[in-house]
Ligand binder design. Structure first.
Ligand SMILES: Nc1ncnc2c1ncn2[C@@H]1O[C@H](COP(=O)(O)OP(=O)(O)OP(=O)(O)O)[C@@H](O)[C@H]1O
Length: 274
């Protein structure tokens, strides 16, 4: 399959379904019910962000889609498969720079393509690496090591590496949270541009309402614990989005609405604790 054909191959097998998820943890002998009948879907090729009050279970949901954590009730499905364990067909990008310090930028991007589950011939690997170095503006740093890069650059490498393996779905847990505001906005623009050409199914966790609006087709707002879906908001801002998009009336309206929803979800939680 050519690279372009791979990039355009988005089928129902790339859909993520969270179906009536329940999850509790035990802390200091007490049960903490985190998720309760939490259901939503990320459609093939769609970019969906999840926001919600602090500690409501966003990372837990992403970990379930990755296969790192099992639900107590319900299931997470990717295509026809119920997720039971990690698999290279689901790429994960974390907040911290999960790239190998002993490999160059190019080797980091290539890494996933050398693993047994995803191995590609050498010539194809070189093409893929070249493509993602270019998409992420990393060409001048191909031979650099992570310690020579800024935080934003390292996250570009992590994202390039995740897209490069052509995963069915991409799971991103606050990948820009550690970056300064200016770098963060630039990274959002870069990710948006990458997503426009690559069209993966992306589940994106963030604390930032603005980031969620800028990047997403839809935003899932979670309630306070025990957490379910409070509302799913269609963003409906045409692509390509640019820095000016952030100043548009629709963006400002959505921001106000989502911040209101988040505030009331957090207030519910404070009320429930009283
Ligand atoms: N392994 C665990 N054992 C016990 N409690 C846990 C465990 N993992 C998470 N929790 C608790 O479950 C709740 C949900 O955690 P999770 O990290 O999924 O929430 P979050 O919405 O991603 O949090 P944040 O907004 O802080 O990023 C939190 O109260 C957390 O302390």
């Amino acid at each position: 399959m050519t690279l372009t054909a791979a990039a355009n191959r988005r089928t129902a097998s790339d859909r993520i379904v969270f179906d009536e998820i329940g999850k509790h943890y035990v802390r200091a002998g007490d049960q903490l019910q985190v998720l309760d009948r939490c259901s939503f879907t990320v459609e093939p090729g769609e970019f969906v962000s999840v926001i919600g009050p602090s500690g409501c279970g966003k990372t837990t949901l992403l970990n379930m889609a990755a296969g790192f954590t099992a639900p107590d009730d319900g299931s997470v499905r990717v295509g026809d498969d119920v997720v039971t364990r990690p698999h290279p067909s689901r790429g994960v990008v974390f907040q911290q720079y999960a790239i190998f310090p002993w490999l160059t930028v190019a080797r980091n991007i290539e890494f996933g393509l050398t693993l047994r589950a995803n191995r590609r011939p050498r010539g194809e690997r070189k093409d893929v690496v070249r493509r993602y170095l270019e998409l992420m503006g990393l060409e001048p740093f191909a031979s650099a090591y992570p310690k020579e890069l800024s935080g934003g650059m390292r996250q570009r490498v992590a994202i390039a590496r995740a897209y490069a393996t052509d995963p069915q779905v991409l799971l991103m847990d606050e990948p820009f949270a550690a970056l300064d505001a200016q770098t963060r906005e630039r990274m959002q623009e870069l990710l948006h541009e990458t997503q426009l050409t690559e069209r993966r199914t992306v589940l994106f966790i963030t604390h930032s309402v603005e980031e969620a609006i800028f990047l997403s087709n839809r935003v899932v707002v979670l309630s306070a614990r025990p957490t379910g879906v409070r509302e799913v908001v269609d963003i409906g801002i045409p692509a390509p989005r640019s820095p000016e998009t952030r100043l548009s009336p629709r963006f400002v309206d959505l921001r106000r609405r989502l911040e209101g929803l988040l505030r009331s979800a957090s207030t519910d939680e404070a009320g429930a604790r009283r």
